[in-house]
Design a protein around this ligand. Sequence first.
Ligand SMILES: Cc1cc2nc3c(=O)[nH]c(=O)nc-3n(C[C@H](O)[C@H](O)[C@H](O)COP(=O)(O)O)c2cc1C
Length: 234
Amino acid sequence: MDVAEALRERCTCRAFLPRAVSVELLERLLETANRAPSGGNTQPWHLYVLTGKHLQALTEAVIKHFGSGTMSPLEYKVYPSKGDLPDDLHKAYMSRRIKVAQDMWDLMGVQREDQAARAKALVENFRFWGAPVGMVVTVDRGGDKNAWGHTGMFLQSLALLAVQYGLATAMLEAWGNLGSCVYDTLNIAMDREVVWCGVALGYADPGSKLSTMPTERRPLGELCRFQGFEKSKL
Ligand SMILES: Cc1cc2nc3c(=O)[nH]c(=O)nc-3n(C[C@H](O)[C@H](O)[C@H](O)COP(=O)(O)O)c2cc1C
């Protein structure tokens, strides 16, 4: 498999087989992904990698916290609010977010106006969508925005390598902003690290459309401005 193939094949997997991932494969995957670059080679990411009863304990703690309805103070904004962006951009973000959520709910048989069913769908994130391996990714708290970008380099490397090894992933920002619950359960020093996201990892369930839900991308002309290329049509 070449890199372009892995890029095209990778997608967010929301249905996994109950098949274990060997620790040898997992270590190979993580060691290779850890070759990801970072500004100044600072490597600001940390991973808490769980399976079996440890994964179950974390999931149970988070579902209990979520079910209690306790509103945790936001550690950071996951999405910009109206007013943070020019109106046209905010509208574009919203329409993309709604599209991906709607496509997902359609596959799950969830009606948009059914709040209880939507909450149940959200809880699937805390079950890592049934994956046998769940990871919590943190960034050094004192790091600036750049550190989050560097961590993104690591995460995409991980996702592409997973494809090469026949595995599937889902990045899950639903794991952020859950108050002290994740920190306490995993014994993460809250003054040093900030929880960014979860990662589900395992073998995709080929029998579920949730394992390969297609998504669109903006055309190149919307994101690139080419200069000095005589033959560019954009
Ligand atoms: C950092 C990050 C966090 C994400 N968090 C979630 C999440 O909490 N729940 C979810 O269902 N999908 C989540 N996604 C998946 C995105 O919706 C998905 O990447 C996007 O719609 C493009 O689809 P694709 O990954 O299948 O190409 C996340 C993706 C990224 C990169």
